[in-house]
Write a new protein. Structure first.
Ligand code: IVH
Length: 313
């Protein structure tokens, strides 16, 4: 085996274990074993600087801090979500869905939804080209965001490279968040340094992503989940299929989502997670309910602010 082959094999192995650890929270090797793999990779790359690529696991932190952030226009605006505050408001959301679909043709006999946790962080759009992460942009005002690629690259839950059958171009959207343990650690450090504490994990995550020093971002311990595919090339039939596809590409998908046949199954999910969500290692601020079928979503459309096919409970 040549060193180049050894390098490629080692990178694949490390990516596999990063995914198990950061995206699935299910590591199969110890931290020391993982560090050993990284040390071997660094050593090999030091011997062959010409073989170091930007998507190598050793290259998460770029050399120099960015000079401010460039503004980037989103391909498709990043909308916000309407809210439902009670079971009855959830049912009213469903009635509206049925009404719009009925006025537009034959209403479906039943509508399937996907219910998932609403992650309390800041939204981000990630672009992959030929499987490599090329850009991370914040939501900003929904139309334009800030290019925070250098910071996004330091988040270990975000793969620098997708699985082999990735499409040529793929945009996924999701949430960057600070796990509770990392939040507590950050505030302890700030207290020790006599700096003002972060009010909550979301503020800490947002403040960290605005930092111009990727090395500082890397050490904060941010994480991420993705919940939307905006690719043009690939089009799964619905959201459940898109969630599975993103997971199979190696992207971090929060695993507790559920496909619900009808609104009463959604109400049950929201009840179940009303308490359970507090036991997670990250902050959630509710449940997001989305029409599963993309063809129905298209018929439902959006207002200037919200899609008509989703609501936040
Ligand atoms: S879907 C078109 N799913 O909540 C709307 N959003 O209040 C697409 N959020 O800006 C958003 N968890 O930053 C969606 N599982 C989830 C989410 C989620 C958190 C955030 C997102 C959005 C905000 C809307």
């Amino acid at each position: 085996m040549t060193d180049a082959e050894r390098l490629a094999e080692l990178r694949d192995l490390i990516r596999h274990h990063e995914h198990r650890y950061y995206a699935l929270a299910a590591p199969t090797i110890s931290d020391a074993e993982f560090d050993g793999l990284m040390a071997r990779l660094r050593e090999l790359e030091a011997r062959h600087p010409e073989l170091v690529t930007a998507d190598s696991p050793t290259q998460r932190v770029g050399g120099r801090p960015a000079e401010g952030f460039a503004t980037v226009e989103h391909l498709v605006p990043m909308l916000s979500l309407d809210n439902a505050y009670s079971d009855d408001e959830l049912r009213a959301f469903h009635e509206r869905v049925i009404r719009v679909l009925a006025s537009d043709g034959a209403p479906p006999p039943e509508v399937a939804y996907v219910a998932e946790l609403k992650i309390d962080g800041l939204s981000i759009a990630l672009t992959y080209e030929d499987g490599a992460l090329v850009r991370g942009v914040t939501r900003g005002d929904g139309v334009r965001g800030e290019d925070v690629t250098g910071n996004a690259r330091t988040i270990r839950a975000i793969p620098l490279r997708l699985a082999r059958d990735a499409p040529g171009r793929l945009e996924v959207r999701g949430e960057v968040y600070l796990p509770r343990a990392a939040f507590d650690r950050a505030n302890q450090e700030r207290e020790d340094a006599e700096e003002p504490a972060f009010a909550n994990p979301r503020n800490a995550a947002a403040g960290t992503m605005r930092s111009l020093d990727p090395a500082a971002v890397a050490s904060r311990g941010l994480s991420a989940f993705v919940y939307q595919m905006v690719s043009e090339g690939e089009r799964p039939a619905g959201h459940a299929a898109a969630m599975e596809r993103m997971r199979d590409l190696g992207l971090p998908v929060e695993p507790n989502w559920r496909r619900c046949e009808g609104i009463e199954a959604v109400v049950a999910y929201c009840r179940e997670w009303g308490d359970r969500r507090h036991a997670m290692g990250f902050d959630t601020d509710g449940v997001v309910v989305k029409v599963d079928d993309f063809a129905l979503r298209e018929r439902l459309g959006a207002t200037t602010k919200f899609p008509r096919w989703a609501t936040a409970f």
